[in-house]
Design a protein around this ligand. Structure first.
Ligand SMILES: CC(=O)N[C@H]1[C@@H](OP(=O)(O)OP(=O)(O)OC[C@H]2O[C@@H](n3ccc(=O)[nH]c3=O)[C@H](O)[C@@H]2O)O[C@H](CO)[C@@H](O)[C@@H]1O[C@H](C)C(=O)N[C@@H](C)C(=O)N[C@H](CCC(=O)O)C(=O)O
Ligand SMILES: Nc1ncnc2c1ncn2[C@@H]1O[C@H](COP(=O)(O)OP(=O)(O)OP(=O)(O)O)[C@@H](O)[C@H]1O
Ligand SMILES: N[C@H](CCC[C@H](N)C(=O)O)C(=O)O
Ligand SMILES: [Mg+2]
Length: 488
């Protein structure tokens, strides 16, 4: 049991009703999960106000309520603590509850529109191969050394983050790499954590359904660097338009990486193939299995981070050549007939453009590129026409289909995508609502040498329709199609 007084340390308190010297069980922000002697934190959410559930939480056993507004009727025997920001309070309390695990070993946060999972996962692989015990908090999975847990968010809530950091310490983990999403920063999920380093990948169009404007989205990302301590490093992609902006007000040590501009860490691409890329890093040639210019940015970032964290430079480069691509990120299978299918998590216009440019860059002859792509429901609608334009412009054939329609009408999403297709590209497009059928159509349309890009879902193993997630896996689907074609 922990004492409330202790976990309130550093929380900005407005007023208290009741006593703070009480033993508490756990920190909970969802009334449905409350048990005896829990602390219930009322958060003002995107869809509902957690303050409405205070009485419900008390009826289930909560003995402490943390809130921004005091309820009119206060229950006898319950402690009410009024705070300026319940999300910030929750995050600080979560760190205190687990005895501030982020201060006890290096935690490195990766932020930016695209590349977070790739960089965090490659750093996990790199440090593991260098002999360290490593932790990972990512969109794809959570790893505590080698034990895997399911990830529900890119950046989990503050209680979950601290719980895993504490488990990592228990397991003897020496470094943790985590993704820091804009939702995570904005909802203060990472508040109160002590980061040893921050990495910025790039900034492009995404989440403008959640953040009102692009500059708000950009400022949220920047606030992560603003909050880094002096002892940390702030590593930025200086080739990106917003790369230097991110570090404008940071107290941390500023470090840059680039492919084009003069930077502290710089790589040069020497040769591109479907099986990998030859790069030059500070005079040393390194072969990597990863492909795409964007992945060389990711690699340069991890080489820089490894150096800043004290890994031997030569050892880093040796391991870099062994790194495997991350699941659902430019993962490919080749059919017996010589058709290549690439599964990639490109779900933003910029990512889709990068992946298609990479494919067009490495293709050798007159083979066709067929792209299967959709856009998520209940997400930024402005991405839809842009992604449809890019897919049709950079492919020989684009098949628009569903990608987690969530609560939206799937046909409406496709209609909104189609608006972006220009007249001259229109004949190259097809809409097939059912993703399984869309992948089948792509296989039927392709011949030996052709490349099918299945974009948007990457590692995801579900299709979400009206709140129900049914099993669906792009790689599995295309492999089945390839096997069926073989039988014919
Ligand atoms: C839009 C968004 O980010 N929503 C997150 C937010 O939920 P919310 O604000 O809608 O919560 P709400 O339903 O309004 O409820 C408000 C409060 O009342 C509480 N409540 C609610 C009902 C009840 O009966 N009792 C109760 O106590 C809730 O627990 C909550 O504390 O807070 C929840 C708790 O932390 C999150 O799980 C939830 O993530 C949802 C599921 C989500 O889909 N988030 C996505 C958009 C997200 O965060 N994505 C980023 C990655 C983006 C990227 O980089 O591509 C991520 O980091 O994963
Ligand atoms: N550095 C990069 N620059 C641009 N595009 C990239 C970069 N790295 C990866 N991508 C593209 O973006 C897709 C998503 O990559 P990744 O999963 O690493 O990004 P993420 O930032 O973790 O995304 P999310 O916000 O969904 O967690 C990849 O499948 C690839 O198409
Ligand atoms: N982190 C992103 C993932 C999008 C993946 C795509 N498959 C979708 O469902 O829209 C989001 O939540 O917006
Ligand atoms: Mg991610």
């Amino acid at each position: 049991m922990k004492n409330l007084k202790d976990i309130l340390y550093k929380v900005s308190i407005i007023q208290v009703f009741g006593i703070t010297d009480v033993e508490i069980n756990q920190l909970v922000f969802d009334s449905r999960k409350v048990e005896d002697n829990d602390v219930f934190v009322a958060q003002k959410g995107v869809s509902v106000d957690g303050h409405l559930y205070i009485d419900k939480a008390i009826s289930l056993g909560a003995s402490v309520v943390i809130c921004e507004d005091f309820p009119i009727d206060k229950k006898e025997g319950v402690t009410y603590v009024q705070v300026a920001d319940a999300n910030v309070a929750l995050a600080i309390m979560a760190s205190n509850f687990y005895e501030n695990p982020s201060t006890k070993f290096p935690v490195i946060g990766v932020t930016g529109t695209n590349g977070k999972t790739t960089i965090a996962s490659l750093l996990y692989q790199l440090f593991s191969k260098a002999g360290y015990k490593v932790g990972l908090l990512s969109t794809v999975k959570i790893l505590v050394d080698e034990v895997e847990y399911k990830a529900t968010h890119t950046t989990p809530d503050s209680v979950t983050i601290n719980k895993y950091l504490d488990m990592m310490l228990e397991a003897g983990v020496e470094y943790c790499f985590m993704e820091v999403s804009s939702h995570g920063i904005h909802q203060k999920r990472t508040e109160g954590l002590t980061f040893a380093g921050g990495v910025f990948t790039n900034l492009s169009h995404d989440h403008l359904d959640y953040h009102d404007t692009f500059s708000e989205y950009r400022d949220v990302k920047k606030s992560f660097f603003d909050s880094l301590p002096k002892s940390a490093f702030a590593l930025t992609n200086i080739d990106d338009k917003n790369g230097s902006f991110m570090l404008q007000n940071t107290k941390a040590k500023k470090v840059t990486y680039a492919l084009k501009t003069l930077a502290d860490y710089k790589s040069k691409i020497l040769e591109k193939q479907i099986s990998g890329t030859l790069i030059n890093v500070d005079g040393t040639e390194v072969w990597t299995k990863l492909i795409g210019v964007f992945n060389i940015y990711n690699l340069t970032a991890i080489i820089a981070a490894a150096d800043l964290l004290g890994l031997d430079a030569l050892e880093t480069l040796t391991i870099v050549s062994q790194l495997e691509s991350v699941s659902g990120r430019f993962q490919y299978v080749i059919s017996e007939d010589g058709i290549t299918a690439i599964i990639d998590y490109a779900h933003t216009p910029d990512a889709l453009k990068n992946v298609l440019e990479t494919i067009n860059d490495i293709r050798t002859g007159n083979e066709k590129v067929i792209t299967v792509v959709g856009c998520g429901g209940d997400r930024d609608i402005a991405k839809r026409p842009k992604m449809a334009h890019i897919a049709s412009q950079l492919s020989n054939q684009a098949i628009f289909t569903s990608d987690n329609p969530r609560t939206e009408n799937p046909q409406t999403i496709l209609d909104e995508m189609e608006v972006g297709v220009s007249a001259e590209n229109y004949r190259k497009t097809l809409t097939v609502l059912d993703r399984r059928q869309a992948i089948k159509s792509a296989c039927k349309l392709s011949e030996a040498g052709d490349i099918i890009l299945i974009a948007g879902k990457g590692h995801e193993d579900y299709q979400e329709v009206n709140g129900v997630r049914s099993h669906f896996d792009d790689l599995e689907e295309v492999t089945n199609c390839f096997n069926q074609l073989k039988k014919k």
